[in-house]
Ligand binder design. Structure first.
Ligand code: IMP
Ligand code: MG
Length: 217
């Protein structure tokens, strides 16, 4: 039978997108979550092919850089999971993975730099070659805190790979060894990046649709 589903799947926004050419082929997705997913997309900034090609390159650079070393990838939950999963499959060196979850105090949209560890590492990083895997660096405040915290645990080396960076937004300099793409100062979703926890499952990076962008100051 058709997917008649519960009546509760009402789209959360009331933007009359109709006819804007956003709908994917096939499905009459008018009321469902597929429609919600598509409606979030303003414009595609980095398509899937470009993204994956750059990840192959990064994998090559990192494999060369860590040849014969004791690599531990530290993923920052949740956004980095998608990037990390694809990146590590491009590595030709042995590596382990672990995760941290952190949350900034204060306003939802702007990082305060005051960070709380929600989930710490399971692995002891002392003496290890640690590569922090981040989805995006915005102000840099979160990463800056994280780097200070990890450095205190005396790893053999500590570097960062970030899929995306918004240089215009940087408030504090954080040395980032490997960068996927520099992007303009716009709010992006997809490939791990969320808006209110949604849209992480888009296979590309897109600018959040203007109708959903919270009022900027
Ligand atoms: P920072 O401390 O300002 O560098 O905060 C970086 C964190 O903010 C990232 O790890 C993301 O979780 C989030 N973030 C920053 N910009 C975006 C964006 O454009 N889309 C989604 N999340 C973002
Ligand atoms: Mg994050």
């Amino acid at each position: 039978m058709g997917n008649t589903g519960p009546e509760s799947t009402v789209p959360r926004t009331a933007s009359g997108v109709g006819g804007a050419g956003l709908s994917p082929a096939g499905v009459e997705a008018g009321e469902g979550h597929e429609a919600e997913l598509e409606r979030g997309v303003g414009e595609i900034l980095i398509d899937e092919e470009t993204l994956q090609a750059r990840i192959v390159e990064l994998g090559g650079e990192i494999s060369a850089g860590y040849k014969g070393r004791d690599l531990l990838l530290v993923g920052v939950l949740k956004g980095a999971v998608f990037f990390m999963a694809d990146l590590m499959r491009e590595l030709t060196v042995a590596c382990e993975i672990d995760f941290m979850a952190i949350s900034s105090y204060g306003a939802a949209t702007d990082s305060s730099g005051v960070v709380r560890i929600l989930k710490d590492l399971d692995i002891n990083v002392a003496g290890r070659d640690v590569l922090v895997v981040e989805d995006i660096i915005d102000s840099g405040l979160t990463l800056s805190y994280l780097m200070r915290n990890l450095k205190a645990r005396k790893p053999a080396s500590l570097e960062v790979v970030a899929l995306l960076t918004k240089p215009d937004r940087r408030e504090i300099e954080v040395p980032v060894r490997y960068v996927g793409f520099e992007i303009p100062n716009r709010f992006v979703i997809g490939y791990g990046l969320d808006f209110a926890e949604r849209y992480r499952n888009l296979p590309y990076v897109a600018v959040l649709h203007a109708d959903l962008v919270p009022n900027a100051t």
